[in-house]
Each structure stands twice: as C-alpha cells, then as structure tokens.
Design a protein around this ligand. Structure first.
Ligand SMILES: C[S@@+](CC[C@H](N)C(=O)[O-])C[C@H]1O[C@@H](n2cnc3c(N)ncnc32)[C@H](O)[C@@H]1O
Length: 266
C-alpha cells in the first residue's frame, strides 16, 4: 500500500479553508508525489519520513473548503544540490499527483494511464446525450475505449489523442477490432497543443485536477453548446452544470459535465 503516511491533523492548521460548512461531509485529500528515490520531502514545512520514488499522503477527513499545500523536495543531481517547491490547490475528495523529478527523469505523459471503467464510459456518454451528429474528442485516450464506444453505440465521429505511442497503438488496435475505422481517428499528440476551437461538440477528460485547470484556457475556446465531461476530477472551482456518481467494482466515480458557455463565463 502507498498509504505510507497519514498526515497529522495539525498540518492542516497551516492551510486556510474557505467556505466551510459543518453540514457537508468531510473527505480526505490524497496527494501522490514522484521524486528521486533519495530525495527529502517537506509538506507545509514538515519533513516527512517516507522514502522511495513515489510517496502517497492521505489527509484526515477535512471539512469542505480550498486548501493550499506547499510541497518541497531536495535532492542532489549532477548539477549540484536542488530544491524544488510546488504550491498545490486541493479540495477534500481530490486525488492529485505531482512530479518533482528533474526533466530528464520524467515520463512523456502528464498522467499515468488508467482506463475509465466501461460502466462509467457508458454512463458519461449518456450524460453527454450523444447523438449521431456529435464529434467527440477524448483528450488522453488510453486504449481508445471512449471514442470506440461512442462510435459503436451512437454512430458518431470521434477522435482520440494520446502522447504515448503505446497507447496510440492500443487505440488503433481497438478501433480495428471493433470495425469503427470509418468513424474513429487516433492521433499521437500532446493534448496541451490542440486547438479546440474547431472540431469537437463533446470533449472528454480523465486527467488530474491540476491538468484540468491547465486545460481551461483551451476549453474556453470551445463554441457554445459543446459539452465537456471530466471523469473523477473537478475543473478548478467551476461548478458543473451536471454531475453523476457511478458505482463500479473499483468504487464510486464522479462524472462532471460543463457546458462550454459555463467555462467561458467563469
Ligand atoms: C487516466 S488515462 C485516461 C485514458 C482514457 N481517456 C480513459 O478514460 O480510459 C490518461 C491518458 O492521458 C494520456 N496523456 C497524459 N499526458 C498527455 C498529454 N500531455 N497529451 C496527450 N495524452 C496524454 C496518458 O498516456 C493516458 O493514456
């Protein structure tokens, strides 16, 4: 288990909750940190005892609000001693992952591959009210299950983008096995370089909270009427237009929907 440290409640006294409500349920925050194996790590100025290339922190259940953590790693590189600090905004219920490794140690992807359970794929396409005229873009498409399912079930066009050549190969195989080559295109691209202003009527994401926030300037260029769906993660502090919870054998998945006009207005 990666739960190698439960952060002490006192740590959270260092951060400033906004908009607390005693009536709403408390939830934990989980933060995964990638760093060089021997790095020392501080959270809110407290040095942690854990070691290894990936460290996981789970907070005690917290009241609703926004919390900012300062995360600092120190390590020695061929260029000498390095100190890296990152500020990270989280809300109770968030899973966040940050990478403090030097550039040459980082993978090409911004988030690890984790497929959306098929039951959640089916539910999110229903939530989006997909029809034949839609064009779906899945940003970070993994094995292509979202575009392939959309084409098979709704007969619409879909494109999957992924930066990882192995995921692109998996997606192309999936497209061929399902006979949807006429409707589905797969491209190897960095999603943060895509122009979203022309093309999709539905955008799907299964990334991380900070990557959704990074994607916002691109999403705000989507034409009105476009729907944006995020699996598991919120979009900065923008209230979704719709939200569902899907129960799966891996646990509950939140699925959020924003209209493009909502993202533009916030
Ligand atoms: C959590 S998986 C989601 C896969 C798929 N959308 C699904 O829901 O089953 C995230 C995917 O994003 C891809 N990815 C990460 N960073 C990326 C980037 N900058 N550009 C394109 N794809 C990226 C990863 O390779 C991975 O396949």
């Amino acid at each position: 288990m990666w739960r190698n440290l439960i952060l002490a409640t006192s740590l959270f006294a260092c951060v400033i909750p906004v908009g607390r409500s005693e009536l709403e349920p408390r939830k934990t925050v989980t933060i995964e940190v990638y760093l060089p194996e021997c790095a020392r790590l501080w959270i809110e100025g407290h040095e942690t005892k854990s070691r290894g290339p990936k460290r996981l922190f789970v907070s005690p259940p917290l009241p609703p609000g926004k919390y900012t953590y300062s995360i600092t790693a120190t390590y020695t590189s061929p260029d000498g001693p390095q100190t890296v600090t990152r500020l990270i905004d989280v809300r109770p219920g968030d899973f966040e992952s940050i990478d403090l490794r030097p550039a040459e140690m980082r993978p090409i992807t911004d988030v690890e591959y984790e497929p959306t359970p098929q039951k959640v794929v089916d539910a999110l396409l229903q939530l989006a009210k997909v029809n034949r005229q839609d064009t779906i873009w899945d940003l970070g498409c993994g094995d292509g299950r979202i575009p392939v399912t959309a084409a098979r079930q709704y007969g619409c066009k879909a494109t999957g983008f992924d930066i990882d050549p192995d995921r692109v190969k998996d997606s192309i195989t999936n497209v061929r096995q399902n006979g949807v080559e006429r409707l589905v295109t797969i491209e190897q691209r960095d999603i943060f370089t895509l122009d979203l202003s022309k093309g999709p009527t539905i955008v799907t994401l299964y990334l991380l909270p900070h990557l959704n926030a990074k994607m916002l300037p691109q999403l705000r260029k989507l034409p009105p009427g476009t729907r944006v769906i995020s699996v598991a993660h919120r979009m900065a502090d923008i209230k979704p237009d719709e939200q569902i919870v899907v129960e799966t054998e891996l646990g509950e998945f939140d699925v959020y929907l924003w209209k493009a006009e909502t993202l533009r207005a916030n």
